[in-house]
Unconditional design. Structure first.
Length: 390
């Protein structure tokens, strides 16, 4: 594709509280999907769409983003950074780029994976119409997002996370096109719950019949809750891959749709099932079984352990014959009960499970927590908690 003169602003400042404990030490856009940060998929899609300048709005744990992407040379794109020191909503995040953006620009969320074609379509529509552009896509879970109503290709209403809109609806897909007048519109946007939401700003344009919609039915992957990381990883693995420095024992079994990072070691008679990503320096001990899992760098799964439908944090340790069996469960997030979730649980960064530990489906073990030999853990453990048997 030809190079675009329109810059892209990527919102990557959020903390991602619903994804704790994984976001305590890294921003949400740096969560790994098939061993690549979420944000890297966004940057790559922008480059493929022909964008040559990206402004990343950063905040929470921003050093992880700055260190990874630097000036963008590795992606053949110019990357700049603007800090949102106080996170006061998406419109507030967009407002931070006013000093560095002149003329029309694109806006994307840093934690959603979309096709480059959508970015190009929004850009082209913005250049044609000169008015704000919003992308929309069908969803079977519309109440998790902003629901958009169209009339002849124009946006007539946007409702943020409505309670009841039926089983399917068009939602805000999170790729926008704006002109410079959006900054004045943001200044006139009323706060809701102490935040400035871009959907509230867009509502003022919709009232004036001023928003064009681009309908989209391609790849749209979003990580809102911890278990979403498993689903998105499965959707992204795309046949699997193995780093040259990974070591798999001759008597180990590794499924085709698995990603093995640098210096991964899979020992004798271990089984790595499908939809699994093992980060750099991960060790899977003899006779262990790991499937439908995300294991972050430097974690150790000891011999005989079972890890299914689970996320194991960086430098975490799962003891010999420990069991994270997975299965359908209910998980409480921000006082909301999510039922029927297939989710074994999360073991936070540097947490340690002793030998023979049992993790009840849906358990969330905080960073640095310790579960001693033979104990069982359920619910949520806070950072550095200690659980003893009996």
């Amino acid at each position: 594709m030809s190079v675009s003169p329109i810059p892209a602003v990527v919102l990557a400042a959020g903390e991602g509280r619903r994804l704790a404990p994984l976001t305590h030490r890294r921003p949400k856009p740096m969560l790994p999907v098939a061993n690549r940060p979420l944000l890297e998929y966004v940057v790559s899609a922008l480059v493929e769409a022909g964008v040559d300048r990206i402004v990343l709005v950063v905040g929470h744990r921003q050093e992880r983003i700055r260190t990874h992407f630097r000036d963008g040379d590795d992606w053949d794109v110019r990357i700049e950074y603007v800090e949102q020191s106080t996170r006061l909503g998406t419109a507030h995040a967009v407002a931070q780029v006013e000093p560095v953006v002149d003329g029309p620009f694109l806006v994307l969320n840093g934690d959603r994976i979309v096709d480059p074609a959508l970015i190009a379509d929004v850009r082209d529509r913005l250049l044609e119409s000169g008015s704000p552009v919003v992308s929309v896509t069908p969803s079977k879970q519309p109440t998790r997002y902003g629901v958009v109503e169209l009339d002849d290709g124009r946006v007539v209403s946007i409702q943020e996370k409505p309670h009841d809109v039926g089983d399917s609806a068009l939602i805000n897909a999170g790729v926008y096109g704006f002109g410079g007048d959006v900054f004045e519109a943001i200044r006139e946007t009323p706060q809701e719950g102490g935040e400035l939401a871009i959907t509230t700003t867009l509502a003022s344009y919709a009232d004036a019949d001023g928003i064009s919609a681009v309908e989209y039915r391609g790849t749209w992957l979003d990580v809102t809750h911890l278990w979403d990381l498993l689903y998105v990883t499965e959707a992204t693995i795309d046949g699997g891959r193995t780093a040259e420095t990974a070591s798999v024992h001759d008597r180990a079994s590794v499924a085709a749709d698995v990603v093995l990072g640098e210096n991964v070691r899979v020992d004798a008679n271990a089984t790595v099932g499908g939809a699994t990503a093992l980060g750099a320096n991960v060790t899977i001990g003899a006779n262990a079984v790991v499937s439908n899992a995300v294991v972050l760098p430097d974690a150790v799964i000891e011999p005989g352990a079972v890890v299914n439908e689970a996320i194991v944090g960086e430098s975490a340790h799962v003891g010999a014959n420990a069991t994270i069996a997975g299965g359908e469960t209910s998980v409480i997030v921000d006082d909301t009960v999510h039922e029927g979730v297939d989710f074994g649980g999360v073991i936070g960064d540097t947490a340690r499970l002793g030998g023979g530990v049992t993790v009840v489906p849906g358990a969330i073990v905080g960073d640095g927590a310790t579960v001693e030999d033979g104990a069982s853990v359920a619910g949520r453990l806070e950072t550095d908690a200690v659980v003893r048997r009996g």
